[in-house]
Design a protein around this ligand. Structure first.
Ligand SMILES: CC(C)(COP(=O)(O)OP(=O)(O)OC[C@H]1O[C@@H](n2cnc3c(N)ncnc32)[C@H](O)[C@@H]1OP(=O)(O)O)[C@@H](O)C(=O)NCCC(=O)NCCS
Length: 139
């Protein structure tokens, strides 16, 4: 929490963490983040996590779309990427649904316990977002 609060005062601000709540129940169900990874080349990345009890209801898709809209429309980014474990089918599907393209596989990119894990990298460009933003993910 301290790190997140401190990041709000960065100048220029590079990290934006959001809490995901259910309005009707005022319940915290997850969180998301968008960070500017490279200012000069206007690149950012996103990440998200949802409480397991709320999986499969489209919340991550809505969240990822909101983070990307913020990145392109408010932060003026040109490119936004995200990574996921190659076995994380739900996350890969979320990224594909919102128009991100799989660009490649990062070999042994994360250490999980004693195991090195490969990750897929997905990305979307500002023009692809503008072109597709009137379409719903399931269209
Ligand atoms: C990944 C995660 C955020 C997805 O959240 P969610 O709210 O369930 O996602 P959504 O409901 O918006 O969409 C999930 C999609 O993946 C699909 N899916 C789920 N499990 C799947 C599987 N094993 N194989 C293929 N598709 C799968 C769902 O059917 C859904 O697609 P649909 O809307 O076309 O039916 C959630 O599982 C999570 O928090 N996981 C742990 C943290 C994590 O992995 N974060 C991402 C790090 S890259």
């Amino acid at each position: 929490m301290q790190r997140v609060i401190a990041s709000q005062k960065e100048e220029p601000r590079k990290n934006f963490e959001v809490a995901v709540t259910l309005k009707e129940r005022n319940t915290l169900i997850g969180g998301g983040r968008i960070s500017v990874s490279d200012e000069r080349h206007r690149e950012g990345f996103i990440g998200y996590i949802l409480n397991r009890d709320f999986w499969g209801q489209g919340y991550a898709t809505e969240l990822a779309q909101a983070l990307i809209a913020f990145g392109f429309e408010k932060l003026g980014l040109h490119r936004i990427y995200a990574t996921c474990d190659i076995e994380n089918k739900a996350s890969a599907h979320v990224m594909e649904k919102i128009g991100m393209q799989r660009e490649g596989r990062l070999r042994e990119h994360r250490l999980q316990g004693k195991n090195w894990r490969d990750q897929y990298v997905y990305a979307i460009l500002d023009r692809e977002w503008s072109h597709g933003k009137n379409h719903k993910p399931n269209d």
